[in-house]
Ligand binder design. Sequence first.
Ligand code: SF4
Length: 382
Amino acid sequence: MNNEVRLAVLPPLALYVHIPWCVRKCPYCDFNSHERSGALPEQAYVQKLTSDLEGLLPSVWGRRIVSVFIGGGTPSLFSPDSIDALLSAVRARIVLEPEAEVTLEANPGTVEAGRFRGFREAGVNRISVGVQSFDEAMLKRLGRIHSAAEARRAIDAALASFDNVNLDLMYGLPGQTPEMARADIAQGLACGVPHLSAYQLTIEPNTVFWRERPALPGHDQCADTQVLIEQVLGSAGYEHYETSAFAKPGMRCRHNLNYWEFGDYLGIGAGAHGKVSFPDRVTRHERAKQPAQYMEGAATKESTVSVKELPFEFMLNALRLVEGFPPELFQQRTGLPITTIEASLQKAEDKNLIERDWKRIRPSARGQRFLNELLELFLPTR
Ligand code: SF4
């Protein structure tokens, strides 16, 4: 394979901002999140985020931001004033599209109505609430800091200020039966949010659950629960558009769609990752994970994605999309002709893991269920 990339058009550009603190670390969480001790250094952190963004600007001159996602950690621990200072600093340095989606992640137990109003005034227009379950015993088992009633109050408060609200739930939880998962989804639906995400719990290294492994439902039960969730949400008018994401028409998360369509994004904040394309290469950047090191200006890792790895990186994202992708998107984002992956596509089709016509390549129902098996077909050969 030739080692040069030639991109005729650059992808849309988004911005991810990482706020790395939480009230308490959940036992299943492998995100870059750190239990806070005392007051958060909000002002100093916003200043550091600002200089971090400034350092990235020369790589994206003239480009506009299509969406911003303030994730964590628990960004709702930051005051509306700090979020306002952050978004003002971003706007002063790079142009946001007029209709840019601006999401902030919030956790019940850290928000009330006045705080949501403040976030809206700061320019946030989408809220993602991390609930995980409405079952009291399960919330305790998951180490969450909130009750089911507090979760409902947080969602109601979010909906009072925002039309665009996502609710995160998990399934495949310790001791969870399909009926319990159905009850969680039903309660999520009853909240009236236009977007729901349902993630299967996986046990990750460097978590409490890794060391003290709880008994989880088996693979078949989890797969059945996923199908059940798809049916319940489908009949309630939610489109299943990505492995874990469901939205009412017109309410898909544009920021996440940009990841899945292998778009570009700047990543600022402790442990944040970014991807920036140039006409002749695709690069990645990664910030220091520890908040203290990040704030002290620890070195950033930068790398160029090798041409050999680009097809897998593209497929890793695009095959999460239930409707798949048009073949020309592969060429637009990787600079490589779709014929580069023809042998793998053919194998995937023979195994009934994808369906394709000249307009789209999409994972079949079987491919969605055995996504890892499907992705393995596109791994770069050594
Ligand atoms: S609230 Fe979210 S980010 Fe924080 S520890 Fe729990 S799962 Fe991780």
